[in-house]
Design a protein around this ligand. Sequence first.
Ligand code: C5P
Length: 234
Amino acid sequence: MRMKRDVIIACDFSGAGEVYDFLDLFKGGRKPFVKIGMELFYAEGPSIVRSIKERGHNVFLDLKLHDIPNTVKKSMRVLSGLDVDMVNLHAAGGSAMMRAALDGLTRPDGSRPLLIAVTQLTSTSAEMLRDELLIGSSMEETISSYAVNARNAGLDGVVCSPREAAAVKAACGPGFVTVTPGIRFEGASTDDQVRITTPAGARELGSDFIVVGRPVTAAPDPVAAYNRCLNDFI
Ligand code: C5P
């Protein structure tokens, strides 16, 4: 079940036509690992996942489940049937929910997609953690502790910033997977990302998968930008 380090393209498009036009650019070459998020999934439904899989891509379905254990278990069973390669949930749902998710995700033959936990969203500030979520521990402590909970529940890894990858590996072991967004080429626009790292920097910091959106999808030559990510990261 262990997958090789890779570059995942965040396909943050609003409809199927746009995604297919984008993926057609890669015909004939290496088929990128792609991330399908809530916007596209809610717009197009499960058929978009099936058709991208049929085109030969690995798929990270980024739906960040967070509900009672039974609901998450049954939902994960549905997602597993879509033959995706990676799915995620919120570690804040707790250990029982994470164990139930793993159970639901495991196919009759024992195979399953990688299951990754979101610890704290990168949009959550230290102030929000303290004043709204009423969490008294620091952001770093919270992330490491949630990552340990995820590992103890049997999950494969977490989504985090590349800068947190080393702390997560130290707390959970080198085999615990880190999936890291917030990637930008040297000197490029940061857009709305705050804590950014280059593909080469993410490799040095120990990321296993980088998630790259606009630096590839909005590039004048997306295939060249993707190949640059591969060269720098792998
Ligand atoms: O365009 P960009 O490279 O910023 O896209 C990053 C992708 O990773 C987006 O799909 C975003 O939703 C996702 N993401 C993130 N930060 C997180 C979790 C997911 O940027 N903490």
